[in-house]
Design a binder for this molecule. Structure first.
Ligand SMILES: [Zn+2]
Ligand SMILES: [Zn+2]
Length: 444
């Protein structure tokens, strides 16, 4: 374990706030009061300004966070009902989750999560479906406190807060702080372009009594504020317990949320920044009050924890990420030049983002249309100049084909280099499909 200022890091708490986009937190520039406690924690720790999800749905994103592997390496690329039965039930995936390693190193491992399936692996306590419906932030923090009350040795705690996922959920008195005044954009008008009636019904139900887009955004903000309040309660408890300073706290989300951007409403599909830019904050690690801007992704969290805790991956299991400790200590340099993200669930897209450009590719005509909304978002290829168009509004792929070609080549070679030998067969098939447009094969 790493010694820092005469402190020894003993415990790890990972807080994953589902569907939390970075730019709705004060510490990432948001003007509304969503994140009093997270902002205080961020001020005393290290804030990564440029963390991007590897994939935009919960199952594969959390698998990446806990394994240190890209979805193309660990093989879980779809989500929930989109998973094939062998993936759904297969408990022996050739990846190791950090809680399995820590459990073997003597940690009590607590998973306050209900996704089930392989997510349960390595937890000495796993919440599962105890609450029948998804537990609230209050339920989660009550559970955490109850677990820690009877824990004496080192512990690893993973908390998956669901409240900022539709239907956005917060007590009425918190919502009152965000309630918009005046008339807004009617949801019925906003959703009129959605041709899948089932999805339209789902969204209307998810809104509860909200009738405008502004009210939905207020509900989203209130849900973040509610989770933030409960995080504050957990931190207060840990301080009283006396081990907060010995505990590495990681705050992040699995993916963001498109609120109205790009014609994608209150869901997390599309690979635009609204859905891929996520918070990443380390508290009580090396570095205090630091903001750092290298491109980082969830694959980097496991290698960082291993370095800080002095444990390592067993055997031949490989990690795609690299430790962020050098950045936390202010000696990391510029970091990687680009990040990649993919989506496989609602529609199929793959994207590469540099500081200046975002290039999004629909890898085949199959599943180019959005199965939620019932129509196609964007074009087969999209290119955005982020320096003049940070909102990704003007697709300039036809104007700058040479930039698009270069990024497509980089995307292809980055993904090709990430094959996991054990999953060779699946990944070969997947990359065969991914590159269907890039390099048509004779069999296509
Ligand atoms: Zn999620
Ligand atoms: Zn859609």
């Amino acid at each position: 374990m790493i010694e820092m200022d005469e402190r020894t890091l003993r415990n790890v708490v990972i807080i994953g706030i589902d569907a939390l986009r970075a730019d709705h937190l004060g510490c990432y520039g948001y003007q509304k009061p969503t994140s009093h406690n997270i902002d205080m924690l961020a001020g005393s720790g290290v804030v990564f300004d440029a963390c991007y999800s590897c994939i935009n749905t919960t199952d594969p994103a959390f698998t990446t966070l806990l394994s240190g592997m890209y979805p193309v390496s660990h093989g879980i690329r779809k989500h929930a009902e989109g998973l094939k039965p062998w993936v759904y039930n297969f408990n022996k995936h050739p990846f190791v989750l950090i809680q399995e390693v820590l459990q073997k190193s003597g940690y009590s491992t607590f998973g306050l999560d209900w996704l089930g399936r392989w997510h349960k692996r390595g937890f000495s306590y796993y919440l599962g479906t105890k609450y029948k419906r998804t537990p609230t932030a209050t339920n989660m923090v009550n559970e955490a406190i109850q677990l820690l009350e009877t824990t004496t040795g080192p512990y690893f705690l993973f908390i998956h807060f669901w409240d900022a996922h539709t239907p956005y959920r917060a007590p009425e008195h918190i919502y009152a702080n965000f309630e918009p005044d005046g008339e807004g954009t009617p949801l019925a008008k906003l959703f009129s372009g959605i041709s899948n009636p089932k999805w339209k019904r789902y969204l209307m139900r998810a809104g509860g009594d909200a009738t405008t887009a502004e009210e939905m955004v207020a509900k989203y903000d209130a849900a973040i504020a509610y989770v933030d309040q409960e995080i504050g309660r957990l931190v207060t408890y840990m301080r009283e317990r006396g081990d907060f300073d010995d505990t590495l706290l990681v705050i992040t989300s699995d993916h963001g949320e498109s609120l109205t951007e790009h014609g994608i409403y209150f869901d997390h599909h599309g690979l635009y920044d609204a859905t891929t830019h996520v918070p990443l904050i380390f508290v009580n690690g090396p570095g205090k009050g630091i903001r750092t801007a290298p491109f980082v992704q969830h694959v980097d969290i496991v290698p960082t924890l291993f370095e800080l805790l002095g444990v390592g991956m067993p055997g031949k299991v490989h990690l795609d990420g690299t430790s962020l400790v050098p950045f936390m200590e202010g000696r990391g340099g510029a970091g990687r030049p680009s990040i990649i993200s993919e989506e496989q669930h609602t529609q199929r897209r793959v994207a590469i983002r540099t500081r200046e450009w975002k290039y999004i590719l629909a890898p085949s005509r199959w599943r180019m249309a959005c199965r939620n909304c019932g129509h196609t978002h964007g074009m087969p290829e999209e290119l955005y100049d982020l320096s003049s168009d940070p909102g990704e509004l003007s697709n300039i792929v036809a104007k700058r084909p040479e930039i698009a070609r270069g990024l497509r080549r980089e995307l292809e070679s980055t993904l090709r280099g990430r094959r996991n030998r054990v999953l060779h067969r699946q990944i070969k098939q997947a990359t065969g499909k991914i590159f269907g447009i890039v390099k048509p094969r004779r069999s296509d």
